[in-house]
Design a protein around this ligand. Sequence first.
Ligand code: CP
Length: 333
Amino acid sequence: MNTFFSVQNIDNLQEIVKEALALKANPYAFKSLGQNKMLGLVFLNPSLRTRLSTQKAAMNLGMDVMVMNMDKDGWALETRDGVVMDGTTVEHIREAAAVMGEYCDILGLRSFPGLKDRKEDYSEDLFNKFIKFCNKPVISLESATRHPLQSLTDLITIIEHTPVTSKEANGTFTTVAHKPKVVLTWAPHVKALPQAVPNSFAEWMCKAQEEDLLSFTITHPEGYELDESFTKGATITTNQEEALKNADFVYVKNWSSYHEYGKILVTGREWMPTVEKFKVTNQARVMHCLPVRRDLELASELLDSPASLVIKEAGNRVWAAQAVLKRMLDQLV
Ligand code: CP
């Protein structure tokens, strides 16, 4: 694997989930694989989970890690081509990425969208230039339109927490996984947030649905439709109560409008998931990528209840990152 940017970089979801869970069971089994290999993590935006879990994953594989907070510690970056750099930008991405490629064997990049110009954000221009000029394998630590390490984590967490039943036929027992109903619900927020997490979650869940692992429903208020290229095959409804019926996993996330790009169209708490709303579910587990604004996006009574998977989900970030790094290291050796 040379790039980890979207679900399209993974042939078989079940296989990578299996690999990640094997690493969870035996984290140091490949401690020598990353010896004398350097991972560079480049952040243009803040992070807690992505930063720490990816570092831990690399260390479990024996890698060394360097972290660059480009937004605070780096030179102001120019990404446009053909401009005279007589303004505030100091270093062009062509040189910055190439130099980081000289120091590292694998690079990770986090780069959020500006939420002003949809065409520019959805072109993933900055991310693509970074890949092109660093000349090394690149992992997305969240780009303008996707957050694949989070989505792989989410799938691992869903599969890990899906009950398996044992069936007997002619004296032979076979295990059968219940096919869970997974629901992505929009939730309120006071800030305009990117569509990267819901886009990415949707495209991973649509592929998981194609592989017959689960069924997938999205619910949001009118005006919050995601780009259709991420949601093909999903059941989509603006009726949250209908969507939550018989749900096994409810993934809660805010996003700003895609069609009225970057705008907040709905305010108030009406869409906030609560214990009361969860009564129609199949005792659903609640998920969120974190950070979460308590009692705005998600009721604290749910976050603090046994239904919550948010901490286990964040813990699984390590195994998602480790599975991806291992595949990249396998190719370097
Ligand atoms: N979920 C997630 O990516 O968390 P951070 O932004 O803290 O890395």
